[in-house]
Design a protein around this ligand. Sequence first.
Ligand code: SF4
Ligand code: SF4
Length: 448
Amino acid sequence: MGRSLGSVFKRAHAVELRGIHIPHNKATAEQPTTQMPLPSKIVLPMRQHVGAPCVPQVKRRQQVEVGQLVGHSDAHMSADIFSPVSGIVREIRQIHYSDGRSDEAVVIEPDGEQLVHQSVAPPQVSDFAGLIEALSHSGIVGLGGGGFPAHVKMDTDLSGIDTWLVNGAECEPYLSTDYREMMEHPDTILEGIKTCLDLSGIKRSLICIEDNKPRAIELLRTMSADDPRIDVFELPARYPQGASRVILRNVMGLSVPRGGHLTDVGALLYNVTTMSEIGRYLRTGMPLIKRRLTVMGDAIARPQNLEVYIGTPISEILEYCGCAPGPRKVIIGGPMMGTTQVELDVPIVRQNCGLLAFGVNGPVVPPVSACIKCSRCIDNCPIRLSPIDIHKAYTARDVKALDRLMADLCVECGTCSYVCPSKQPLVQSTHLARALLRSEQRKAKGRR
Ligand code: SF4
Ligand code: SF4
């Protein structure tokens, strides 16, 4: 028997709310989205999602149109890639990222016509299996940064699931792309939710929004008032409210067992822009080809929320927004969880939601000093891990200790590094520790 909305709220109020207060710096939040013109080229890496990379479905010098399939994989865990423009495929080449990764990429020169491919048509969907099948041709992935294919996440046993959480927390400083989606497209968000509830049989949906976005809370509450299955859950603005384990605990008072998933405790969680894209795709049949970014930072002359074609080079976006020459630091994503980018000719991919550029007044990496055993990193970790012990265990490459310390549960929110007065490289260590644990677990599986 499912829980009632009332019981969910009561339990949520009974649990300890976790997270820290950090400056929001969301100066672009009330600026409506603007559209960037077509760039000089579109670069589509074949890996823009969790799972197997796609294989190019087009050849050099081929004409392509908007919405045409460009990359596909037969693997279950993957997500198709579509052309955002009409134009000519100029080359298929390797691109290299600052973190050492490289990907095969299809490079398209736009022709300015924006002719739409004949395959673009609203899908006919009558049941949940049909919805999953339709979304497998949509290119929609987790747009909060996760990149998990939306159709794969749905393809699960629904029998124990009673709540579809929609994550509109957007707790990262600077970023306001989800907020703009809620303010500008509440209709497609609600269409997506209603269709998902209708076809899945899941009884209720909670749209979870931090209380620093009162206009979005009011708007979605008003617009969903006619459907008793949907409600808005107001969360205190604390970081990292949007991390899946944190939102589950803060909203429903539940914890995911180690190695488990949210579905094990009766919940599905989708980012609010992902849900809106689902609604939009079902209405229009146009796969995911654009992405809203918050472009900010002290090196940016015209900070804004900008809709760009997926595959637009970062360098062209920075130029369009009036970035001062030679920014000292460029970050894709937010300041807490984003990645520093050195090479600026790489493109924006579909799970990116921010682009920050800082100049002389930007952040500096402070010198590291000895740990003073203040325990702030432990006290403020939303998962209740011990980042300093994980750091020591990783430095010693002590895999057994990392396992005992449950380093794999880290959500890489960066809170520990942010609060540490000694500026120990804690999130860097937990990131590497997770990778080490994963690799050791794979080796152990291979030996069995
Ligand atoms: S250990 Fe991981 S989850 Fe905990 S505060 Fe640090 S980065 Fe966040
Ligand atoms: S917050 Fe920094 S100084 Fe304090 S215990 Fe953790 S690592 Fe040490």
